[in-house]
Design a protein around this ligand. Structure first.
Ligand code: PEP
Ligand code: MG
Length: 327
């Protein structure tokens, strides 16, 4: 069994009809990069940097300095040995509170979180951008902006990245001048208006956890509404379809880094819809790869068309389930 796993690790994730799918790992701390390499990941698709900022009791609740962040990002980059590392900028608020978060906010998921928080706290954002840029001198780093909903948020983020570059240059500090910048598609507004701003970006990554939460108006952390959480709701599938179509048109890569990417029952659906990059917890990577190796993409197409034409959740559920038996 060990030998078989080792062989699987070295096998590229290619469908029976020859389409390669890039499998990436989600990490929360630099150490997790080791497991990502072990699992055969082609890179880190999502480094949730906020975990460096949370639970800071041992640091008198102070946020990590540029140096501390730089060291952490560089460690992940070096562990990945030349494979790209997509670091998401601070995504705090809602289900990922800082020690200093005001817990009395009525609707934290709709409040000052992620990129909204960073643009409201430019000093915190700048410190992080500088640390990320400095880590990019040690291997490929991609910067990922969470919760993007308005075009101006991209403009302001890109301007701050340029400012960080200018500062580092003036200080003679090394960084990758062509660092890729992408956005998470996890707010329905972003998916719906993607063609308007996609040209500003180098890549996209779909956060299905939040996309489902915001589209279906279901708190992802509230057990009382968990039964309404449906990742193949027709509204979600339409937004995913719009996203992959807009990315293809713009010629930029689009990944999925939310929970759907690590769900084996959805692998055929997602690659059938056109997604070519999936990012997931490293432990799930072998089973997703196994699924891809057994899939003939071409033969899925009539079923995918049927799914995308349907607005009936029951039909969608049945056809998605039937994908498993398409030879
Ligand atoms: C998501 O929303 O799907 C996502 C990947 O980000 P997070 O789960 O960290 O909010
Ligand atoms: Mg999210």
């Amino acid at each position: 069994a060990r030998k078989k796993l080792l062989k699987l690790k070295k096998t590229p994730a290619v469908t029976l009809d020859g389409v390669e799918i890039t499998l990436l790992a989600n990490i929360e701390l630099p150490d997790h990069a080791i497991a990502a390499v072990e699992a055969g990941a082609s890179g880190v698709g999502l480094f949730r940097s906020e975990f460096l900022f949370m639970g800071r009791t041992g640091h008198a609740h102070k946020l990590p300095t540029e140096e501390e962040q730089f060291t952490a990002y560089r460690a992940a980059v070096q562990a990945m040995k030349g494979r790209p590392v997509t670091i998401r900028t601070l995504d705090v608020g809602a289900d990922k509170p800082l020690d200093t978060t005001d817990h009395n906010i009525l609707n934290p998921a709709l409040g000052l979180r992620a990129i909204r928080y960073c643009l409201a706290e430019p000093q915190i954002f700048m410190t992080q951008l500088r640390a990320m840029l400095r880590a990019s001198a040690f291997g490929p780093v991609h910067i990922l902006i969470p919760m993007m909903a308005h075009a101006f948020e991209i403009d302001q983020s890109l301007a701050m990245i340029e400012q960080a570059k200018a500062e580092l240059k003036a200080e003679n500090k090394k960084f990758d001048a062509d660092i890729h910048v992408g956005a998470m598609i996890e707010v329905p507004a972003a998916a719906l208006t993607l063609p308007l701003f996609v040209k500003k970006l180098d890549f996209l990554s779909v956060g299905t956890n939040d996309l489902i939460q915001y589209t279906l108006a279901i708190d992802r952390a509230d057990h009382e509404v968990a039964h309404l959480y449906n990742d193949i709701h027709p509204a979600i599938l339409q937004l995913l379809h719009m996203t992959v179509t807009a990315a293809e048109k713009a010629g930029i890569p689009v990944a999925i880094c939310g929970g759907m990417a690590g769900d084996r029952r959805l692998t055929r659906l997602l690659i059938g819809m056109g997604f070519r990059e999936l990012s997931m917890p490293a432990a799930l990577l072998p089973e997703i790869k196994q699924e891809i190796l057994n899939t003939n993409l071409e033969n899925l197409q009539p079923h995918i068309k049927k799914i995308l034409r349907s607005y009936d959740p029951q039909i969608i559920q049945d056809v998605v389930a039937s994908l498993a038996s398409v030879a």
